[in-house]
Design a protein around this ligand. Structure first.
Ligand SMILES: [Mg+2]
Length: 128
């Protein structure tokens, strides 16, 4: 098995056993150890999230939707994509840390709002 960001190396530490809080603490510890909290302003983090999201898009620039799905079968590309996804999530978690935002509450609140905006019976199989 290749050791890369796309493949968990431990069956114990994966998405279903790791809490958002644990990841937030790990990011906060990383930032604090380097004394970077002064750089992690909401503006800088918002820009960093957008920059890292663009790095995800860069891997698909000029490809069709079908080609983009096909490209994700390549293990090296999957590892690179996982690195970029991690960058986005790390900056999002740092933004949550620096602003006191509760990510779980925000996601659940937004999903509940989207349930109302996009009722299954109206949008199933088509865009809103
Ligand atoms: Mg990156």
């Amino acid at each position: 098995m290749v050791d890369n960001a796309a493949t968990p190396t431990s069956a114990v530490q994966n998405d279903f056993t790791t809490t958002v809080g644990a990841l937030r603490t790990q990011v906060a510890d990383f930032v604090a150890a380097r004394d970077w909290s002064g750089f992690h302003s909401p503006k800088n983090l918002a820009m960093s999230i957008a920059i890292e999201a663009a790095e995800i898009m860069e891997h698909f620039q000029w490809y069709t939707a079908a080609e983009s799905a096909e490209r994700m079968q390549d293990e090296a590309l999957r590892a690179e994509m996982a690195d970029e996804v991690a960058d986005v999530i790390i900056y999002c978690l740092s933004l949550a840390n620096s602003t006191g935002m509760d990510v779980s509450h925000a996601v659940r609140t937004k999903l509940a709002r989207n349930e109302g905006r996009f009722p299954v019976e109206r949008v199933r199989g088509k865009l809103g």
